[in-house]
Design a protein around this ligand. Structure first.
Ligand code: AMP
Ligand code: GLY
Length: 447
């Protein structure tokens, strides 16, 4: 099967490795020279991932059977629709179906309209005056978000990034004064709990779940600093998380199933990987966001342990023929992203980074290249996340140790890593936080 892959990040490198493992003929397009993707590709082209015409032309040239599209930006400009028009199957949603991610307002309204569980209080605004009045009057803590795509960096939370009503007012004004505000803003109730990611393969009708993962959005250790695309993530060998039991996981899966059914009723059949971000509260999971793709870094946790043939799954998602046969190894994983110094605020890029791949393999870990460029025999960092190191083992502790051992084989003067991800202390903190929330809830309800 000739597969065209779109995207040059760590998530796409992990997808390319999974396709390579099952013998797919890979051709790729990306905007950076990702050495991990290039080495597995029979051909590749450096193109802007939103350049629909150029990608369709390349797809025709190579005679692609199917496309795998990693990032959200090409979905938002209708790449799947255009590829399907020229006869290429797509393991990714159409522009209309991708609205589940590209419009936070569409997602909240869909969940409300079909009375799906897990929604939270929200209000949307198209003008600055009403939004400012709202943040001044509201009597609970809020989260301020632009409605459209922001690469995971546009969300600001009261009490964490916004320390007063004035801060919130300033941020509302800032959003409306730039193009980020062109689709308006959404102001949500701040939900307290612990976050987890549930992803699933979807063929338009049915979903096949992937193991749960927990990402770490904040730039610095102990969950401080600005929000980022995600600094690292872990998963457990039982495919749950230390603070998420089967009942909570099943509740999240029911929500995803209901969303897929609602999309059908709304004439936006959803095909491709679907991503649910949930906050586990004392009353069960609440929806934080949906993505129309794999998570990044989460894809690096689950794709290396996928036992089933990924190319076949892509074909089945694209053709509505998914079966119950999707299997994952019973392994834990810990992923830590190596990022350029200043990432999340003002990244220092174009610096050389050295990777000893053999060393990384020797400690049973994987490396997935992301926003780097191979130039004149050197590997240079870009402004976004550079590469993901993933340890895989029987337990989270062992996977974390293997990830840390592997990180010693990555060198550079202007890079940093959140070392606390996957460590016992941070996981214990999350477990305790939920226990405390449940205790308070029980006291409130008199149990
Ligand atoms: P998003 O881009 O919507 O995923 O938001 C980025 C991060 O902000 C999420 O991963 C959460 O950690 C946090 N966040 C977003 N919405 C809320 C909310 N309503 N309550 C609490 N935290 C939130
Ligand atoms: N890890 C969060 C995302 O992919 O949006």
């Amino acid at each position: 099967m000739k597969v065209l892959t779109v995207g040059g990040g760590g998530r796409e490198h992990a997808a390319v490795e999974a396709l390579y493992k099952c013998g797919a003929e890979i051709y790729s397009v990306m905007k950076n020279t990702n050495p991990g993707i290039i080495r597995r590709s029979r051909g590749y082209k450096i193109i802007d991932e939103k350049d629909v015409r150029a990608i369709c032309a390349y797809s025709r040239e190579i005679g692609a059977d199917i496309a795998y599209i990693g990032p959200e930006a090409p979905l938002d400009v209708g790449l799947s629709d255009s590829l399907e028009e020229i006869g290429v199957l797509c393991a990714a949603p159409t522009k209309e179906a991708a609205k589940i991610e590209t419009s936070k307002l569409f997602m909240r309204e869909l969940v409300d309209k079909y009375k799906i569980a897990g929604n939270i209080n929200y209000t949307s605004f198209r003008n600055v005056k009403d939004a400012v009045k709202y943040v001044k009057d509201v009597d609970y803590e809020v989260v301020v978000k632009p409605v459209g795509l922001t690469g995971g960096k546009g969300v600001k939370i009261q009490g964490e990034h916004l320390h007063s009503v004035d801060d919130a007012v300033r941020y509302v004004n800032e959003i409306f004064s730039t193009s980020i505000g062109k689709y308006g803003i959404i102001i949500e109730e701040k939900v307290i709990g612990e976050e987890f990611t549930q992803m699933a393969f979807c063929d338009g009708k049915r979903i096949e779940p992937m193991p749960l993962v927990q990402d770490h959005k904040r730039a610095y250790e102990n969950d401080t600093g600005p929000n980022t695309g995600g600094m690292g993530s872990y998963s457990d060998s039982n495919h749950l998380l230390p603070f998420v039991n089967e009942k909570d996981r099943d509740a999240a899966l029911d929500i995803i199933r209901d969303v897929v059914n609602a999309m059908n009723k709304d004439c936006r059949e959803y095909r491709g990987p679907i991503y649910g971000q949930f906050m586990l509260t004392s009353e069960g999971p609440r929806i934080i966001e949906f993505n129309a793709r794999f998570g990044d870094p989460e894809a690096m946790n689950v794709l290396p342990i996928l036992e089933s043939d990924f190319a076949d799954i892509c074909y089945r998602m694209a053709t509505g023929t998914l079966t119950q046969s999707v299997k994952f190894e019973k392994k834990a994983s810990v992923c830590k992203y190596v990022v350029p110094e200043g990432y999340g605020i003002k990244p220092i890029s174009e610096k050389e980074i050295f990777v000893d791949e053999e060393g990384i393999r020797s400690v049973n870990a994987n490396v997935y290249y992301a926003n780097v460029n191979q130039k004149d025999g050197k590997l240079l960092t870009g402004t976004s996340r550079s590469l993901g190191i993933v340890g895989i083992a029987d337990t989270i502790d062992e996977a974390e140790e293997s990830c840390e051992n592997a990180l010693k084989f990555v060198r550079g003067n202007h890079i940093f890593v959140r070392h606390d991800i996957g460590k016992k202390e941070l996981i214990q903190k999350r477990i305790k936080h939920l226990q405390k929330l449940r205790l308070v809830q029980n006291e409130k309800s008199g149990n």
